[in-house]
Design a protein around this ligand. Structure first.
Ligand code: GLN
Length: 535
């Protein structure tokens, strides 16, 4: 088997510089040159996975096909590259320690003192190399979460130091830093970057390539100066300026030859440009989009990152419909029958968002009722779908106080029930219905029209389900179950055909939409709104 080449990506100065986007962009550029790649992320926090983290802490939890709850950067990797990630693509300090401690308990360290170096670093290295051993990849891009200088990052950086030494010409490191603009002095400052590189050098790591994140275009002399002070060749210092769309980053990186210099570091010569044709077409279409859609996101977190994949899927689908989406975040906690019109009456479409727990649920139910009775195109996702079902039960079927047993365990009508296999579960982390499942669509349904096929696969992350004994009551009254899991018979999609487009899905379609392959359900949702505008 061939030896995969490793690209390590670290970040310095501050967090939130967009390391994930840079990792994903490098992935896209290598794919565009015909290489086989994958991307993995190592997160220095102690949680075993981000599944139990509050979105305020960590943004959205992204779910892989094999049902792993992961960091939202994996969403960027998939959206940019169309690769399918798995649990092996996201490793946390928690996972590393869990493995080492389990091994220690089994007596596998044979009387040795178990230490950060070498035992934790060896386990990090084993995980870093695992994808290379299991898959047939030319390049494995490895992003390290956090910022250089964090105590938590140290074992990961030590592991990279060792691997760079062991892999020799099969490893290249890219460091992303920040160049702030000091308005009062009217100057761009490179000192934080120099410090960050010094910190890396102090740990025995010399970056091969630097990406400088900046709000203002940097002159050539700044890049040359940074290279000079940081022992990096001058054409290996590139800049990443703020852009109107993150999807333009691969193009901007290609313009500065980021892929060419990385390949050169591996001893690979490039004689042609990467094939970014489809990508460029997407960007052009996005820039030329002339229609505008106002879409409300009814949810409980007024935080972009909490609904990252939904926002990206909406905007991708909008581009393919030559339109732009203006999203309006609507805090469901504030919604009542008397104010709902002021929030939703001018919207082209509404998304009722996923969620857990009590807060803001009655507001989501009010929103579902308003959208159904005012025929606003509506997509309910997971918890959002469950709220649509509860609303329909209460207001159309007349089942007073119908609810999900997650919210009211004593409800007389538990239209949303706990799945049988969930009843004995006591642990929180990793115990939901997670990952990809099949769903069979009813011919003629909105979902079938969207996907254009009868069997689809989408990813799940929930404990509760539509309660099947109520199914015929719902269907007689006009809410149809149009997507069914062929193996378990569970209801995955509900629709109200009397409405223009009123679809609730138990799964999360937002995890599968990519730039080059947008999710069909989002495309159909947006298309409906455009048609409505034209009428
Ligand atoms: N809380 C709901 C459940 O567990 C929905 C979860 C979600 O929206 N992801 O079933």
């Amino acid at each position: 088997m061939k030896q995969s080449k490793y690209i390590f990506i670290t970040g310095g100065v501050v967090s939130s510089l967009g390391k994930g986007i840079i990792a994903a962009s490098i992935g896209r550029l290598l794919l565009a040159r015909g290489y086989k790649i994958t991307i993995q992320k190592f997160d220095p926090y102690i949680n075993v996975d981000p599944g139990t983290l509050n979105p305020y802490e960590h943004g959205e939890c992204y779910v892989t096909t094999d049902g792993c709850e992961t960091d939202l950067d994996l969403g960027h990797y998939e959206r940019f590259t169309d690769i399918r990630t798995t649990s092996a693509n996201n490793v946390t300090t928690g996972k590393i320690y869990q493995t080492v401690i389990e091994r220690e308990r089994k007596g596998e360290y044979l009387g040795k003192t178990v230490q950060v170096i070498p035992h934790i670093t060896d386990e990090i290295k084993r995980r870093m190399l695992q994808l290379g051993a299991d898959g047939d990849y030319d390049f494995i891009i490895t992003e390290i979460g956090g910022t250089v200088g964090d105590i938590e990052s140290l074992p990961f950086l030590e592991a990279i130091r060792q691997l760079k030494w062991e892999l020799g010409s099969y490893a290249v490191s890219v460091h992303l830093t920040y160049v702030p603009y000091i308005a009062a002095a009217g100057e761009l400052k490179t000192k934080p970057t120099q410090h960050s590189v010094k910190e890396l050098q102090g740990l025995g790591l010399q970056p091969d390539v630097l990406v400088l994140r900046t709000e203002r275009e940097l002159g050539r002399e700044v890049l040359v100066k940074v290279g000079h002070f940081c022992n990096v060749e001058k054409d290996c210092v590139v800049q990443s300026v703020d852009l109107t769309t993150i999807y333009e980053v691969p193009i901007k990186m290609a313009e500065q030859n980021l892929d060419v210099v990385i390949l050169r570091k591996f001893g690979i010569k490039c004689d042609k440009s990467p094939d970014l044709g489809n990508w460029q077409n997407f960007i052009n279409r996005r820039k030329q989009a002339d229609k505008e859609l106002n879409i409300a996101l009814v949810g409980k977190y007024d935080l972009q990152d909490a609904y990252k994949s939904i926002l990206e899927c909406l905007s991708q689908a909008a581009t393919y419909n030559d339109s732009k989406v203006i999203t309006h975040f609507v805090q469901s906690e504030n919604l009542t029958h008397s104010n709902i019109a002021s929030y939703l009456s001018t919207m082209d479409g509404v998304v009722i968002c996923p969620g857990f727990g009590q807060r803001g649920t009655e507001g989501k139910i009010v929103a579902a009722e308003y959208c159904r009775t005012h025929d606003i195109p509506t997509l309910g996702i997971c918890f959002g779908m469950q709220m649509m079902v509860i609303e329909f039960a209460r207001n159309v079927l007349g089942l007073e106080n119908a609810n999900s047993i997650e919210l009211d365990p004593t409800t007389p009508y538990s239209v949303i029930e706990l799945m049988a296999e969930q009843k004995s579960v006591t642990q929180m982390g990793g115990t939901m219905r997670l990952g990809s499942y099949s769903c069979e669509l009813s011919i003629g349904s909105e979902a079938y029209e969207a996907y254009g096929q009868t069997i689809i696969q989408e990813r799940h992350r929930h404990r509760y389900e539509f309660s099947i004994p109520f199914r015929s009551q719902f269907e007689k009254a006009g809410m149809l179950c149009t997507g069914i899991n062929p193996d378990s018979g569970l209801v995955e999609i509900v629709e109200v055909p009397a409405c223009r487009w009123y679809v609730g899905v138990q799964f999360h379609p937002e995890y599968t939409g990519t730039v080059l392959h947008p999710n069909p359900l989002f495309l159909s949702f947006i298309r409906t709104q455009i048609r409505k505008q034209i009428e």
